[in-house]
Design a protein around this ligand. Structure first.
Ligand code: MG
Length: 258
């Protein structure tokens, strides 16, 4: 018994010595690492020209509306010129004319868009200053006059309609320009499935305030029912602006593909 204990003690001492030697060796190796060994220089990060103001399009953005020409980038749902009007450099929804959509199709993107609900306040809840920005034709960021205008929380301005309420209500008064800065990650799909492999994700700033923080979407926006995680596989899609019957105005729309 005594011999076994003595043997165990010797083994323990040898193990401790070995660990100590390894630690000392690692420490010596770490001492040899220089700062330059962890610096990555190539390839150089692509240089672009930022706008003078943060709301200006940077040099690598696609300008979707510059206040002058709408038909260069937009069309109605049937591919015809839109009936939306340009007034004072803004693009204004005309009731009953239908949605407008970009001729180009996009996947993941950074989007800047400014919007204004009518200063002549009419209607309430979902009937006041309603429009919407749809990513890939499917996922609506709600546009609504949410200044002193209660509605269901996941249907107010900045909501991912009926899926995520905004973190806060950062709305300005009707008749004042507001902005959305959106970072959108398109979903991916499995090869033999119609379910998302990874769902769409979105981050939204409303007037510079974070209101959606990288939230997952359950499925395409629906008015009635519950969005389904099992969805029809889709590729790139147009950016769509909603005609909800209210003369909401838009300006300074630009997008960067990611
Ligand atoms: Mg809407």
């Amino acid at each position: 018994m005594k011999r076994m204990l003595t043997g165990g003690f010797i083994l323990l001492v040898i193990m401790n010595v070995t660990v100590a030697q390894q630690t000392a060796q690692k420490s010596t190796e770490a001492d040899k690492i220089t700062p330059g060994m962890t610096e990555v220089w190539e390839p150089e990060v692509r240089i672009i020209q930022a706008g003078v103001k943060d709301s200006d399009p940077p040099s690598d953005a696609i300008v979707l509306f510059d206040g002058v020409d709408v038909n260069r980038e937009w069309e109605d749902s049937k591919g015809n010129p839109t009936k939306w009007l340009i007034q004072d450099g803004a693009l204004v929804c005309v009731k009953g004319s239908g949605v407008i959509k970009t001729k180009r199709k996009f996947n993941s993107c950074q989007l800047h868009i400014e919007w204004k609900t009518p200063s002549d306040v009419q209607g309430e809840s979902q009937g006041r200053g309603n429009s919407g920005v749809f990513l890939q034709e499917q996922y609506e960021v709600q546009v609504l006059d949410s200044y002193n205008n209660r509605t269901y929380r996941h249907g107010q301005a900045g909501s991912m309609y009926k899926q995520h309420a905004p973190l806060v209500n950062a709305s300005r008064k009707p008749g004042e320009w507001q902005s959305y800065d959106i970072i959108y990650t398109a979903p991916t799909f499995g090869t033999d499935s119609i379910a998302y492999l990874t769902p769409p994700r979105i981050t939204v700033f409303h007037n510079g305030v974070l209101i959606q923080n990288n939230v997952n979407l359950r499925g395409p926006t629906v008015y009635i029912g519950i969005p389904e995680y099992f969805v029809k596989k889709h590729g790139p899609g147009s950016l769509v602006l909603q005609d909800h019957g209210n003369p909401v105005a838009f300006r300074n729309i630009w997008i960067r593909e990611l």
